[in-house]
Design a protein around this ligand. Structure first.
Ligand SMILES: Cc1cc2nc3c(=O)[nH]c(=O)nc-3n(C[C@H](O)[C@H](O)[C@H](O)COP(=O)(O)OP(=O)(O)OC[C@H]3O[C@@H](n4cnc5c(N)ncnc54)[C@H](O)[C@@H]3O)c2cc1C
Length: 463
């Protein structure tokens, strides 16, 4: 591959010292931000990153401290964003790890292909998608991102580049390994064929948590994509009321030839609204405002509607339409809390949802989903069961202690929290949540004995 590192020589990548945060904007730390333009520059940066080590960063959409490294180097990989090859017959892609899923959609959709898994934003890189082994609304059918990765090239601590194929320990340590095994330079990914850039979506309301779980359990298998927005401020009989949106890629015949959609069935035209204001008064997203929003959101949703056509961007990435929406939480930022508990742990889920509702967490971005089979990544998050993700303003009084209590409850139910969202988990719970942690640590100790790859997350949790 052109530009593959050969030795220590070569130019240095541009670098600046900046304050780095995750998407939640909590816990900023200063680091040398290095932006390699070639694989050689990436290798040079790793070889010379110094005692505080280095970590790869994509588009910084991890909510917590996974892609930051206080006093060390952070490699901004978005300068390496080429698409090298698309096999339009076989449906595979070879690209740099710094390319975003947004860019891939722009290029692939007109060719009739889609990314195999997309999270709730398309502003993530392929490297970040593998590093966190991200999941999407199709996890119950398609598993997580790494299931669709055939191989990748990994720059390791010794400055070498290894080709890593699926089914090997290094693959399984890297998929979900939060950048701690090395820097992914390129990846070969299997794609999903689609006939249109539209989704056919069914919407329904659930009156409470039990109703929601029953609907998801009974009918999720009919849909490739499934998720439920859940009102975590509703209490009493309405606790856990929700709006389910489920669907699949619309076939050509669903569009109608004479319509705008039918004339350009594979067009990708995401809409963008004005950016969220740079300054929002702290406390704006208090219980009263969010409670009102949730009430309106629930009531405006149809009780049952089938077959609505939606653009891909509307269905998967509504928040991407508002640039910098994370500013609405004010100066203190916000915490995303996402956990999973296995099937059979419905009582634990009920208790946790009840506690969140009683605690009156002002959360308007809360979703519940059923995960399917796990993938082999040692620190990969999804396991079969129920996952709940919610945003909470970081300034909420008593939040740290409350989330510590929820962690205990999650760990007690054999569940885990998602490292890509985390900014505050206590390290002593990690081994119970991630049983392959020792394998991960052993492989890292062998592959990276000097501890070159390090992040604020890895220091905090002793990964
Ligand atoms: C609005 C929103 C919705 C989201 N929805 C979901 C969702 O539905 N499902 C889900 O799973 N996640 C979701 N996320 C989280 C997001 O998908 C992950 O955090 C993802 O890893 C971010 O990718 P990134 O390119 O921004 O990586 P960053 O945030 O920059 O980094 C994330 C991790 O990947 C590592 N990494 C990045 N690039 C490389 C590389 N080249 N080589 C090695 N390691 C690398 C970093 O070291 C870090 O540990 C969401 C985030 C947002 C903001």
């Amino acid at each position: 591959m052109p530009g593959k590192p050969e030795g220590p020589a070569g130019p240095a990548a541009p670098e600046t010292t900046v304050s780095v945060t995750g998407w939640g904007r909590t816990a900023p730390t200063a680091a040398r931000l290095i932006r390699p333009r070639t694989y050689q520059e990436a290798a040079n940066a790793i070889r010379s990153c110094g005692a505080r080590g280095g970590i790869a960063r994509g588009l910084g959409r991890a909510y917590g401290d996974a892609a930051q490294n206080a006093g060390g180097a952070v490699l901004d990989m978005t300068g390496l964003d080429r698409i090298h090859a698309i096999d339009a017959d076989g449906g595979t892609l070879l690209c740099d790890a710094g390319v975003s899923l947004h860019r891939l959609m722009e290029v692939l959709l007109p060719l009739g292909w889609f990314v195999p898994v997309t999270p709730g934003t398309r502003q993530v890189t392929v490297g970040g998608a593998i590093g966190a082994d991200i999941h999407g609304k199709n996890h119950h059918v398609s598993g997580s991102f790494s299931r669709h990765v055939l191989s990748f090239e990994l720059l390791t601590a010794d400055g070498q580049v290894r080709t890593v194929s699926r089914g090997t320990p290094l693959f399984d340590a890297t998929a979900g390994g939060m950048g701690l095994t090395g820097v992914i330079l390129t990846a070969t990914v299997r794609l999903l064929p689609v006939e249109t850039s539209y989704m056919r979506v069914d919407t329904e309301r659930a009156t409470d948590l039990d109703d929601l779980m029953a609907r998801l359990t009974a009918t999720d298998h009919r849909y490739r994509y499934s998720v439920a927005w859940i009102d975590l401020l509703a209490r009493g009989a309405a606790t856990g009321r929700a709006v389910l949106t489920r669907g699949d890629h619309a076939p050509l015949e669903a569009l109608g030839k004479a319509t705008r959609a039918g004339r350009a069935p594979l067009a990708f035209r995401p809409r963008t609204l004005p950016a969220a204001p740079g300054f929002v008064p702290d406390g704006l997203l208090g219980r009263a405002t969010v409670g009102l929003f949730n009430e309106l959101w629930y009531r405006k949703a149809p009780r049952a509607r089938v077959g609505q056509l939606q653009r891909i961007a509307t269905f998967f990435h509504p928040l991407d339409g508002v640039p910098h929406w994370n500013r609405v939480y004010g100066r203190a930022g916000f915490v995303q809390y996402q956990f999973v508990v296995g099937h059979g742990q419905e009582a634990a889920l009920r208790r946790i949802v009840g506690r969140i509702a009683e605690h009156r967490c002002p959360s308007f971005l809360a979703v519940l989903k059923r995960f399917g089979d796990a993938d082999p990544g040692w620190l990969s998050f999804p396991v079969p069961g129920w996952t709940l993700a919610l945003d909470i303003p970081a300034a909420l009084p008593g939040l740290a202690g409350f989330l510590d209590e929820l962690d205990e409850e999650v760990a007690g139910a054999g569940g885990r929290v998602y490292l890509a969202k985390d900014a505050r988990l206590r390290p002593e719970l990690l081994a119970a949540m991630y049983p392959r942690l020792d394998d991960f640590r052993s492989l890292r100790a062998e592959l990276d004995p000097r501890g070159v790859f390090v992040s604020d997350l890895s220091r905090r949790l002793g990964l």
